[in-house]
Design a protein around this ligand. Structure first.
Ligand code: FAD
Length: 346
């Protein structure tokens, strides 16, 4: 049975077909409500059900507390309408590029550290992936599971995709990539996804906060800005445990040398004696707070990407330091739930 959804405050209308989530219906109708992981873990798609009833679906308890549920909140990536609905959520002022399934061939793999592999995927010569800098793709695995990875290249390179994969010990997909995947393997991907992309209609200076392979989408955004000659000031904080976990240090250092509007601040949380590290130490979000303790973050936009705990603490503490709620953009690298997802547009 179909249900009508009214999105407030815009008044946009969409129809949810049987089994569709609120997010899927909105995307299929061309409305751009924010989301991240699409599996009920990151909380980016949280909004309010003003009237009507939903099946809340399968989600992580930390992403939607009972108190939030009682206050009418729901995660739209997994909530399905049981009646007609009126919902309230932010809509993003950019046109959606609908995700589609395409084959991709592994062009090459480059292992850059003990646990990071850079993977280049070539699309068929007739295919070009249109996406926004910072978005992500999903691999469609043979058993129906999906795995999400951020695009590390800028959108003007639309036929060769770059991904940075951290090895998850025991992880189904990354173990395969590191240990078994042959060169020229053909994969199926669906893309583009996500609302973590560069807002080009703003002129605010940018703070980018990356943890580990959270550097990937940030790299895509900065390379896009350079390609388009967008000269908004950027301060990039890249947090890692040890020196070898900063798996691509030369590139951001070169940006900072070459472009006066880009600063690069690497931060190590567990520097080893052999690192002989003279730079910043501690947690990466704390380095930002330390640097902006007197002026606050009110004039800035923050793009933050990496482990869910880092993104969560950065969000809370940056708002406390004066950052506007609508100036924080993030992707939390939640891991895939052990279930098959159907996914928007799939
Ligand atoms: C929007 C989005 C973008 C992402 N982009 C990237 C990216 O660019 N680079 C990247 O390296 N990762 C990224 N991730 C994370 C990546 O998708 C997951 O780590 C994925 O689950 C790894 O697949 P796997 O099959 O190897 O491990 P799985 O088989 O999924 O995991 C096996 C077990 O390992 C644990 N685990 C898995 N991932 C993690 C983790 N990240 N942290 C802690 N424990 C974990 C869990 O217990 C899990 O059950 C992204 C995630 C999302 C949601």
């Amino acid at each position: 049975m179909n249900h009508q959804i009214t999105i407030q405050p815009s008044g946009h209308l969409c129809t949810a077909n049987a089994h569709e989530t609120v997010l899927e219906s909105a995307i299929n109708a061309g409305f751009n409500i924010p989301y991240g992981c699409r599996n009920g873990a990151c909380g980016s798609c949280k909004g309010t059900v003003l009237s009507g009833e939903v099946d809340y679906g399968d989600y992580a308890a930390a992403a939607l507390t009972d108190a939030e549920k009682a206050a009418g909140k729901a995660l739209f990536c997994c909530a399905r309408p049981l009646t007609d609905l009126t919902i309230e959520c932010r809509e993003i002022n950019a046109s959606i590029i609908p995700p589609r399934i395409i084959p991709a061939r592994v062009e090459r793999k480059e292992q850059l550290s003990h646990d990071v592999m850079v993977l280049f995927l070539k699309l068929p010569s007739s295919e070009h992936l249109q996406f926004m800098a910072g978005q992500y793709i999903e691999f469609l695995l043979k058993d129906g599971k999906r795995r999400a990875f951020s695009l590390a290249n800028a959108p003007h390179i639309d036929n060769m995709l770059e991904l940075h994969l951290r090895l998850i010990p025991g992880g189904q997909f990354t173990e395969y990539v590191f240990n078994e995947m042959p060169d020229k393997a053909i994969m199926r991907i669906e893309a583009p996804f996500g609302s973590f992309y560069l807002r080009e209609d703003s002129s605010k200076p940018i703070i980018m906060v990356a943890g580990g392979t959270g550097f990937a989408p940030v790299k895509g955004m900065i390379e896009h800005m350079l390609h388009k000659d967008i000269q908004r000031p950027v301060i990039l904080y890249w947090g890692a445990k040890t020196l070898q976990d900063l798996y691509m240090p030369v590139l951001p250092a070169a940006w900072a040398t070459e472009y006066p509007h880009i600063q690069f601040i690497p931060v190590l949380s567990d520097a080893m004696p052999e690192d002989q590290w003279q730079g910043r130490t501690g947690l990466v979000h704390q380095a930002v707070l330390d640097d902006f303790s007197s002026q606050g973050l009110g004039n800035y936009e923050v793009y933050c990407c990496g482990a869910p705990a880092m993104v969560e603490v950065a969000h809370a503490s940056f708002l406390n330091a004066g950052l506007a709620e609508d100036a924080f953009f993030s992707d939390a690298f939640n891991y895939a739930k052990p279930v098959v997802t159907t996914g928007a547009g799939a």
